[in-house]
Design a binder for this molecule. Sequence first.
Ligand code: N01
Length: 545
Amino acid sequence: MSTMPRDTLKPSADCDVVVIGAGFAGIYALWSARQRGLSVRGFESASDVGGTWFWNAYPGARCDVASYSYAYFFRDEFVRDWDWSDVCAPQQEIQRYLRFVAQRCGILDLVTFDTRVSAVHHDEDSGLWTVRTSGGETVVCRYVVLAIGALSNPKAPDIDGVASFKGEAYFTSTWPRDRTVDLRGKRVGVIGTGSSGVQVIPEVAKLAKTVTVFQRTANFVVPTESGPMDPARVEALRKDPQAVRSGLRETYGGNLVTNMGQHRLHDLDQAGQDEALAQAWAGKYIGLAFRDAHLPEANARISEYIRARMQEQVNDPWTAHHLVPWDHPFGGKRPCRSDVYLQTFNEPHVRLIALPETPIVRIVPDGIETTAQKFDLDVIVYATGFDAVSGALFSIDIRGLGGATMRQAWADGPNNYLGTMVHGFPNLFLPSSAMSPSVLSNMATLAEQQIDFIFDSIDWLERNGRPRLQPRQASQVSWREQTLHYAQRRPGALTTKSWYSGANIPGKPRVFMVYCGGFKRYDDICKAELRDGFPGYDIVGDERA
Ligand code: N01
């Protein structure tokens, strides 16, 4: 039997930080750790960096947030040395960009690729975390950054007979990257008409013999900003990237939008409203044009305007009517953006099936059966979305204080403070998670802001004798209330069925997951915590207490 004193039996850390995931947030986290003198390891389940931009390699995938601000700003060289080909950059280009940044930052060697993290367990005595991987490796560390993304766990299709299909089946969320999927001359069925479906369907239609689109819920589809980058705007960004970086955090959505919120619709007469709406539609910024877009009256007018513009683009009246969302207001869930989606339904080989009228009964070996007819198909494309936020989190066995699991902590839905930490899980950080500005902001700006907040917090802990930080229960309760408060002010947020509130997954607790109080307000609250010594947190082992 060992006679070693108890202290020497405690595990010691292999490194200061483990970062899980190498997308936008993970790459910046790895760089930040090293920059601040911390030792760091990274794990990534994919074979390369990119996160969402690695996996969602479906035809037509591109960013519908403008490249002017959907990029890193933490080093001037990334603004000055990278040329975007389009205001809405395609998926392959964004993935190349992320590799370029990772290479320039010298963080690729820190990451073990093709490796999934299976467990992350806290040891109360030592205050350390043990990270276990699918490759059988164990790493002990002080801090864990779970940069695993909000939309990284595909939703399993809840349709009978999925496994029985004998043709080819593809998910937009895990589209093959090692070969070209040949859809030429094939009969293709696409299930799902969210942002991914809206982008993939026009591309499928260019090649397939027939395209049958199975739509359960129509979505708002507004124009994209796609087109060449404006050299004057690029020049302005390059002049002082750090000023741009600070400026992004002063906005509502973390975006550089020059034409945002010029009017209040309410202040204009009917003719003035018509003109302002037409300008906003032609300028491709209708979602951001009006200061009172969040008020029910203005929102109803904007929704009505977009529905009319959508219907105009489709020749067949039945199809036009069914492609328009009548069940929710604009912004109630994430609007889709495309300049070609609606017109695709004017092609003779493209057909819309409205599932509320004729639901899918089952998938059969050679196609899809609805209550009205059987569709013979060679290929099924699932654009059926994600088990957002908690899906990816629960795929890892996470245990905090007292061995409590993250599943237990989130039994009633996501629960955290400032979107980044969970009570009972000290020194474990969750960028891009629930109850942050999330997808209602620019995710690139958010990644930099949250990673800065996380590493400023870690710096503070390192300077103060390495105590452990966890949010107070009361802070979580209040943060959930604040998130709900702002959601209540957003038309349709709490009444529309969407992944924002977990409503796309049967049985998932309904909690609105996006903080709609605006990026600036969010950033100010984070800064106040740092400035005031973390009043919303418990600091375990703080020698000053
Ligand atoms: O997923 P979704 P997504 N039977 O959940 C349908 C981001 N993104 O991958 O609405 C029939 O929006 C489902 O129908 P319903 C963006 O944040 C960004 O498209 O549940 N249909 C819906 O139509 C976005 O919000 C970009 O009735 C079924 C669709 O599948 C998020 O990713 C591009 C079904 C799923 O839509 C998710 O978008 C792409 C079933 N059993 C995505 N199950 C950018 O450009 C599901 N559906 C930045």
